[in-house]
Ligand binder design. Sequence first.
Ligand SMILES: Nc1ncnc2c1ncn2[C@@H]1O[C@H](COP(=O)(O)OP(=O)(O)OP(=O)(O)O)[C@@H](O)[C@H]1O
Length: 202
Amino acid sequence: MSFDIALSLRRGERSLEYAFTAGSGLTALFGPSGAGKTSLLDAIAGLLRPDKGRITVGGTTLFDSAAHIDVKPQKRHCGYVFQDLRLFPHISVRRNLAFGRKAYGGLDWDHTLDLLGIGGLLERMPATLSGGEAQRVAIGRALLSTPDFLLMDEPLASVDAARRDEILRLVERIRDEMRLPILYVSHDRAEVERLAQTIVPV
Ligand SMILES: Nc1ncnc2c1ncn2[C@@H]1O[C@H](COP(=O)(O)OP(=O)(O)OP(=O)(O)O)[C@@H](O)[C@H]1O
């Protein structure tokens, strides 16, 4: 089982509830703006504490209020591609990618740069990148930390129509070659139907 989730959390006045299980491959969280997709990703990454419930990813329990389990964010081994990317603006692409990278036993650097087509961007600063380039660097940073699973929050949000298909094909390659559990947020039905093994309406 990739994801086994049953939890409730509060955001301001709102109470959000989630319950689903998903097998291997890519699982899409699909729903309108404000439905609570990002909040769930934050809870799985350990950035937001649920009121109660359970989060199990790839057989590892990350949070279980009944059993008093709450694994620290840095111990969850999660690659998170944020909706707003959050590249560090003051350091080069190379240093952004090196951040959090495993020194030994990590993903192969050259292969990852090749896969993402970002080898030529290493000395650039994030502010000089196009939306699609910045998106690929953010995905690269998440992958190079050699995560146990990936959280991707609308990775096509800052990508123009011409680059859309390129990033979609990239996500398909990551899904098929790396075989990580992936939780992928989108509000685009065609995108979700193309990519996902499991679709979870939120
Ligand atoms: N810091 C906060 N304080 C109070 N309410 C919040 C906060 N962050 C989010 N919310 C509310 O929680 C709900 C879920 O927000 P969330 O960002 O998870 O939705 P989403 O489905 O990811 O939306 P989008 O597709 O627009 O990114 C929304 O109603 C939002 O207004």
